[in-house]
Design a protein around this ligand. Sequence first.
Ligand code: PMP
Length: 308
Amino acid sequence: MEKCEKIWFNGKLVDWNDAKVHVLAHALNYGTGVFEGIRVYNTPKGPAIFRLKDHAKRLVDGCKMMGIDLVFDGKEYTYQMVMDAIKEAVRANKNVDYVKPCIFLSGEEVGLNPVGVPASFAITCINMGAYLGKNATAGIKLVTSSWQRPDYLCGPAGAKVNGSYVASCLAKREAIRQGANEAVMLNKEGHVAECTGENIFMYKFGKVFTPSVAEGILQGVTRASIIQIAKDLGYEVCECPVTRFQLTTADEVWLTGTAAEVAPVTEIDGRTVGDGKPGEISAKIHQKFSDIATGKDHKYDDWLDYVE
Ligand code: PMP
């Protein structure tokens, strides 16, 4: 990861090293923040933010769920102003491929009560490159985590709440320790939910399958894009429960996420997926996704927000 120069912090562009919070910030102690991860792609018309409206909507909806008012340094923000701020942060930096907005309870109090604690809004730009490693396109390894995907009674599973990522971090550590790239997290029923920061897809019996929202997944923006692209390419897409057995014996498995983009899976728990090579279907879908994101395919132009 390469740092960018400026961070947008409560309405001002500050130097990277000056974007600081107090050690008693509520979110630091209790996880009371909501964040996003958004990709920026180079296109013939300059840098474009991929599906900014959808990411900003999820961010604002997450704040609503957490009871975090969009008031930073005494100024009230609307959904449109949140998007404008993200664009401003991207514009203020060079070579940005990933943006991480985070709205969180700050303050300097001890105690859980979040009522009345002020919020802060930081937008960090970086150059991330390939999130799952340079060799991810050659196929990644998954292990099944011993940690459960937190369900709807453990928090707002549909929002990207900072505190909800503890299980993801434990699972990611487990995966790395076992020499894998990612961990599959199962839900309370033992069905496949998603990975620590990606949704999961498989291809079997001539159809594309992905766990449904009812399985306790994050409704990924990339997931929605891939479902749309797969359908447009003529594939039937089933959003339904997926078991470990179905996943392991699928012809193809791939992950989708803003950071990971489309990542083919070639091994799960030491078992080879399909013929052990990245699959044809996911490659075809990935190519279409890349063409759209980089402004080469105009069918989904409304998915791109140009920065300039
Ligand atoms: N699941 C989880 C738990 C995630 O953190 C992410 C990353 N935001 C995803 C799935 C993929 O979502 P998106 O495509 O919106 O990045």
